[in-house]
Design a protein around this ligand. Structure first.
Ligand SMILES: [Fe+2]
Length: 339
């Protein structure tokens, strides 16, 4: 439960607030964009809700905060909001809610399918969600977009006998995954489910396209809206492996039709397929103009520094070591540019 004693700077006066346990994941802003904003390093409620739509969105942000950092001074009955999750977009595709702190608050999804249900990345492992999944007929596959967002996938896989699908380059994060993807060709493991390798954010990052309509995008598209457009790529600072490769991966998406982009960290975007393609094209053109991401700055180095112990704690020492190598390269570049 959020504690009003630990309220962070930047909160607007009123009932709702964010406290210092905030991990800066931005899920509150994704769910209630009119009310939450980043006041680095935290998010804060910069505008109290002033109509019923905003109030519902703020409640959703409160319920879905992975660390319970969003709170209210007054008591509210949240049962209806809690019970509204998982929420269906249509076509048996759901946002599961209950984001996990183990994926820095990443979103996860569920596809109900006659040939076996799929989960995309992992929410908190909870009796409530396992019961819900059970009610849907269980779980056949868990698609893991990349190493950052596996969260508690192993527990869901064990509970339901599900097969985890992950790229070999990401395998360290779930070493005993049942299906390991090699290479970078698109594969269709089940009718209607297309796995599109999209390296760049991490070495083996992959997306999943379902029924040529729903694209589960992992960590590429964001809700930061730096350019105020419909579809935007995360700032290059959040591209861990290769900006150029990520750009090529996004260009590959132009071959496919889809109407929804469903990210791990970011907002849901729903557009007619033709409009989505235009938005994607515009997004690619802007990304081509972005500055070279490996420009070493103290801020970027600090960002990486904070990640390294967390990666080791998360059981990914090899990845932590690669990150360390990148950090040293940045430090060399910084030193060279200042002489
Ligand atoms: Fe990520």
């Amino acid at each position: 439960m959020a504690n009003v004693e630990n309220i962070v700077p930047g909160n607007a006066d009123g009932d709702f607030f964010v406290d210092s346990r905030c991990i800066g994941c931005g899920n509150c802003r994704d769910l209630a964009p009119a009310n939450f904003a980043k006041i680095a390093p935290y998010y804060a409620i910069v505008k109290q809700p002033d109509d019923s739509d905003e109030l519902r969105q703020v409640f959703e942000a409160l319920v879905c905060c992975p660390v319970g950092a969003v709170g209210s001074k007054q008591k509210h009955d949240m049962k209806a909001i809690v019970d509204s999750y998982p929420q269906e977009f249509g076509g048996g595709v759901y946002y599961l809610g209950f984001n996990s702190p183990y994926s820095a608050g990443g979103k996860s999804y569920f596809v109900k399918n006659a040939d076996g249900n799929w989960m995309i990345d992992s929410p908190k492992f909870s009796p409530r969600l396992t019961k819900w999944v059970e009610g849907q007929g269980g779980l056949r596959y868990m698609f893991l977009t990349h190493r950052d967002d596996v969260a508690e996938a192993d527990k869901y896989a064990t509970a339901f006998g599900a097969k985890r699908i992950i790229h070999r380059e990401e395998l360290e994060a779930q070493k005993d995954s049942e299906i390991v993807l090699d290479g970078f060709d698109t594969v269709e493991p089940q009718s209607g489910f297309l796995i599109i390798p999209t390296p760049g954010h991490t070495e083996g990052h992959c997306m999943l396209l379902y029924n040529s309509k729903y694209l589960f995008t992992g960590d590429v598209f964001t809700s930061m809206l730096r350019f105020g457009d419909k579809l935007e790529v995360w700032d290059p600072y959040y591209c861990w492996s290769s900006w150029e490769e990520q750009l090529r991966s996004i260009e590959k998406l132009l071959r496919y039709d889809f109407e929804w982009t469903l990210p791990s960290h970011g907002r849901f975007v729903h557009l007619p397929a033709a409009e989505m393609k235009q938005a994607l094209q515009a997004c690619i053109e802007r990304a081509r103009d972005e500055k070279e991401p490996f420009v070493a700055t103290p801020e970027r180095i600090n960002l990486f520094l904070r990640m390294i112990p967390a990666l080791r704690d998360a059981g990914q020492p090899e990845y932590a070591m690669r990150m360390q190598g990148r950090l040293e390269e940045m430090q060399r570049r910084l030193a060279a540019s200042s002489t």
